[in-house]
Design a binder for this molecule. Structure first.
Ligand code: NAD
Length: 481
């Protein structure tokens, strides 16, 4: 019989109120992995009530910041001890390479350690006033119940980016993971409870966006919503949050430029372009999907990227030497393929890939690493987020022209620059309209480094001290002495 996963509410597994479950399948083999509780508004009510009660209870509100830090550190330890199990669960769920997931899970404790260290450094300030008789100071307070909603591409890491600072600041949380990846986040809640977090501090309601996510966002007791996902859903959530004057942090889509100048080390740049677009089969928000290469190095770069795209080993994500796994679900595959076909209709040349890889025995949602050329900024394949292994490679001649092309997008999540010219590197960092700029590297990230999506790529900041402040409110206290 298929394994059943329940919600995690108030420190225990909780069956869905209406008894409904939905299947989760392995995208490489199409086998059913488990059934997860199909959450509804009633389940969300229970979870929020449990988080509210925990927030107010002495077991949580009465904890010192130091003690909250200890709990987060302990949770980090437990994640480290269970890293290989978590990696396997996530790889089976979303088809990302087991090798890569192991690396991700083994470094995940760093997020908890970082915010554990910050928990007792959340402080206000004594502020000068116009009167000697008045003492004015500020203090930072937790908000209350924070809701988090995340996609399937890095469920545990993206959830961690939200709950670690939220818990450090003294909030309690209700997590709604993607309907495609329920398992690791449920395991995370179990580990939090095992680590000593009081019942109700960390709750998980699984299910679909419209059925479990929407009621969470609109729940009257929610103090803040922290969302990672598509720009379309983010826009709806922002409207809801604005109507109720609650805070929201949004990490949304991208169409990031990866730019190779004529003074770049082209071999390194080609590796960076390949990693930027084909990692996780292109299913990363930061995917470097628009590649701009200076005319002088365009041919060489195209040849190197194409050669690599054609030789990438595609197959079972659990395999030690596999380099590319499947897309996460059937609609993803259909979407990616339809974009490539649309590109061809718009006049693009499918220079490599473009379809299911030949000779693959696994029945899953695989798609070949694809290179599109003869493309420009007017085409939908260059303007819209495909979220798959599809690179559009375009030549440019002058730096000013390039800056115009790179910034001509509704998104502003990240950008890569490949150059050996130091002045140019700094100049591009200033001129590119994106929240993260990588020079001679791509995809680098750390809990310590704040990141923000510009334009339609987001609102608010994740990671760093700045992120923790987003889970607090600032009170100003005036005392007549
Ligand atoms: P999505 O917006 O469809 O879903 C994300 C989450 O929102 C899921 O948990 C879903 O159930 C939930 N949801 C859907 N509709 C909802 C609603 N009406 N109310 C409340 N919740 C709802 O996104 P996706 O396709 O799962 O994820 C891919 C997107 O995520 C891409 O656009 C990608 O760029 C983005 N992403 C961004 C970052 C970042 O840090 N900026 C990181 C990873 C992914």
């Amino acid at each position: 019989m298929t394994e059943r996963l329940d919600h995690f509410i108030g420190g225990e597994h909780a069956a869905p109120a209406d008894g409904a479950y939905f299947e989760s399948t392995n995208p490489a083999t199409l086998e059913v992995l488990y059934e997860a509780a199909r959450g509804t508004a009633e389940d969300v009510d229970r979870a929020v009530a449990s988080a509210q009660a925990a927030f107010a209870s002495p077991a949580w509100a009465g904890l010192t910041a130091t003690k909250r830090g200890h709990l987060l550190r302990r949770l980090g330890d437990l994640i480290g001890e269970n890293a290989d199990q978590l990696a396997m669960m996530e790889s089976l769920d979303n088809g990302k390479l087991l090798r890569e997931m192991r690396g991700q899970m083994r470094s995940l404790p760093e997020y908890y350690y970082y915010y554990a260290g910050l928990a007792d450094k959340i402080q206000g300030a004594q502020v000068p006033t116009t009167s000697l008789e008045i003492l004015n100071y500020t203090q930072r307070e937790p908000l209350g119940v924070v809701g988090t909603i995340t996609p399937w591409n890095s469920p545990l890491t993206l959830t961690t980016s939200k709950i670690a600072p939220a818990l450090a600041a003294g909030n309690t949380v209700v997590i709604k993971p993607s309907e495609y990846t329920s398992r690791t986040v449920l395991r995370l809640a179990e580990l939090a409870y095992e680590a000593g977090f009081p019942a109700g501090a960390v709750n998980v309601v699984t299910g679909f966006g419209g059925e479990a996510g929407a009621p969470l966002v609109s729940h009257p007791a929610l103090a803040k919503i922290s969302f990672t996902g598509s720009t379309a859903t983010g826009s709806r959530i922002a409207a809801e949050a604005a109507a109720r004057f609650i805070g929201c942090t949004l990490e949304l889509g991208g169409k990031s430029p990866n730019i190779v100048f004529d003074d770049a080390n082209v071999a390194n740049a080609a590796m960076g372009v390949v990693a930027g677009i084909y990692a996780a089969a292109g299913q990363t928000c930061i995917a470097g999907s628009r590649v701009f290469a200076h005319k002088a190095v365009y041919d060489e770069l195209l040849e190197r990227v194409t050669e690599r795209a054609r030789s990438i080993r595609i197959g079972d994500p659990l395999g030690d030497d596999t380099e590319l796994g499947p897309l996460a679900f059937a609609d993803q595959l259909a979407k990616v393929d339809s974009y490539v076909k649309l590109g061809a209709e718009e006049g693009a040349t499918v220079h490599a890939g473009g379809g299911r890889p030949d000779g693959l025995e696994l029945p899953g949602y695989f798609y070949s690493p694809t290179v599109l050329t003869d493309v420009d900024n007017d085409m939908r394949v260059v303007r819209e987020e495909i979220f798959g292994p599809v690179a559009a490679i375009m030549p440019f001649e002058h730096e000013d022209e390039l800056v115009g092309l790179a910034n001509d997008t509704e998104y502003g999540l990240a950008a890569g620059v490949w150059t050996q010219n130091l002045a140019r590197a700094h100049r591009m960092a200033r001129r590119l309209d994106a929240g993260t700029i990588w020079v001679n590297t791509y995809r680098a990230m750390s809990p310590m480094s704040p990141r923000q999506g510009f334009k339609s790529s987001g609102v608010g900041i994740e990671h760093g001290i700045e992120s923790m402040h987003e889970y607090t409110r600032l009170k100003s206290v005036w005392i007549n002495t």
